[in-house]
Design a protein around this ligand. Structure first.
Ligand SMILES: Cc1cc2nc3c(=O)[nH]c(=O)nc-3n(C[C@H](O)[C@H](O)[C@H](O)COP(=O)(O)OP(=O)(O)OC[C@H]3O[C@@H](n4cnc5c(N)ncnc54)[C@H](O)[C@@H]3O)c2cc1C
Length: 407
């Protein structure tokens, strides 16, 4: 049987794995890639890319300002009340939180397939080896070396595995690392909508007792819908006819959206927020959803994955300069120290907001609706708003060369 050796092995087939590989190549670090046999599914989601992530993707030559590929978000209106017809114009909206950076873009909406394909095209040009495995992977974590074998007996030996294999990470399970599930009892229904009016680069989010519904701007008059809703209602909603579903979306958002038309197929995603107790062990680092899967309400999951990648690259570059093996324990220690605060802050905010405002999903109403109705309007005036905005733009609670202005 064949045995292959590599200093670093990246495992996974999603966005985190692709961009991890582009980034390692950018730093001139030698790696190999272990991919699952490719799945014939198209990811119809969009991702909100924050300021720090946009800098990182620019450094990696994966960023395009073209209107085809990215739509600027100038402000986000978050409300508990329905949106009226003035919601596109009015800057101050009663009972709402309005996040903006005074006209500067605060984020962009990007299609996942665009990001994935751009990274794949870059990786295809790389001369570094890519292996596809058969069946399951079996791991033996030694003090200085990890041995990986697939069901056909092909073997790989490496100093470091970087697991980018998603929220149900088989690599994390095989390593014995535990992940804490933060059940949301929700699924997200996604679709594209034609607003039939200009969105002026404004994003909208309304918190309903069953979960948040959000519209992220695309092009000039379109939006990406992400509706998180209690499991028992999500399936019923998903099964509705196109016409009935469209009416439910309008009812949920308010009269400001009564000319909206769904213009794509719907897709449904189970929401399974979770966090791994440790971000790795000797010979293993977890990145992206394999380390922390968060609720999409803040549009931060993939931004956190990019932060992981940026910090991992810094840690590996430092180790290489010091002549250390990539299995050296200092790498994991530094990675955890530089990532934990941002991850826990974002996880805390998303879980907290969801629990506070989508109380029906948790069978627990923490405060009365009369107070909840005032909640967001009051938050709009508090210093916490500025803190939330700072955290959401990225690069504040974490720093790395790929996230900086110059790299
Ligand atoms: C409804 C929804 C909306 C979201 N919106 C945002 C947002 O606006 N902003 C944001 O930052 N984050 C958002 N997220 C989170 C973001 O999508 C995830 O954090 C990100 O996709 C994690 O990537 P990953 O590679 O770590 O994991 P995954 O994408 O789960 O990939 C891991 C594994 O899944 C499989 N896989 C995935 N894609 C493929 C493929 N194309 N081909 C083959 N195998 C594949 C592979 O086995 C792969 O190893 C959202 C999540 C959901 C559910």
């Amino acid at each position: 049987m064949m045995t292959f050796k590599t200093p670093i092995m990246v495992i996974g087939g999603g966005l985190t794995a692709e961009i991890m590989c582009v980034s390692l190549a950018y730093f001139g670090l030698e790696y190999s890639r272990l991919k699952p046999p490719s799945l014939a599914y198209k990811d119809a989601r969009t991702t909100t890319i924050n300021l720090a992530s946009q800098k990182m993707l620019s450094h990696l030559n994966l960023w395009s300002y073209s209107a085809e590929n990215s739509t600027k978000i100038s402000d986000i209106l978050v409300s508990q009340k329905s949106f009226g017809r003035d919601c596109y114009e009015s800057r101050s909206y009663p009972y709402a939180l309005n996040f903006s950076l005074n006209g500067q873009p605060m984020a962009w909406t990007v299609e996942n397939t665009y990001l994935l394909e751009s990274a794949q095209q870059k990786n295809e040009k790389s001369i570094l080896p890519v292996y596809t495995y058969d069946g399951e992977l079996h791991f033996n974590f030694g003090a200085e070396q990890v041995t990986i074998t697939d069901d056909k007996g092909t073997t790989w030996q490496t100093e470091l595995v970087i697991a980018c294999d998603g929220a149900n990470s088989p690599t994390r399970s095989a390593s014995g690392l535990k992940s804490k599930s933060l059940a949301a009892n929700q699924k997200a229904i996604i679709a594209r909508v034609d607003l039939n009016q200009f969105h002026h680069n404004r994003a909208f989010q309304r918190f309903l007792p069953d979960g948040p519904i959000a519209l992220m701007p695309i092009k000039q008059q379109e939006a990406a819908l992400v509706w998180s809703i209690t499991n028992k209602h999500a399936d019923k909603l998903f099964e509705l006819s196109d016409e009935a579903f469209q009416q439910q979306v309008i009812n949920a958002l308010g009269s400001g959206f009564d000319s909206l038309a769904i213009n794509s197929k719907r897709a449904i995603w189970p929401l399974t927020p979770s966090i791994s107790r440790s971000m790795g062990k000797t010979g293993l680092l977890l990145a992206g959803d394999s380390s922390h899967a968060i609720h999409p309400l803040a549009g931060m999951g993939f931004n956190l994955a990019l932060g992981d990648i940026a910090v991992i690259c810094d840690c590996l570059e430092i180790a290489k300069k010091r002549g250390l093996k990539f299995s050296h324990p200092s790498i994991l220690l530094e990675y955890q120290a530089r990532r934990r605060i941002e991850i826990e802050a974002i996880l805390g905010v998303t879980q907290g907001l969801n629990r506070l405002f989508s109380y029906k999903s948790f069978h627990l109403k923490i405060i009365p609706s009369s107070l909840i109705n005032f909640g967001l309007g009051v938050m709009d005036m508090l210093p916490i708003k500025k803190q939330l905005l700072n955290i959401a733009t990225g690069g504040v609670l974490t720093s790395a060369s790929l996230l900086s202005d110059e790299s």
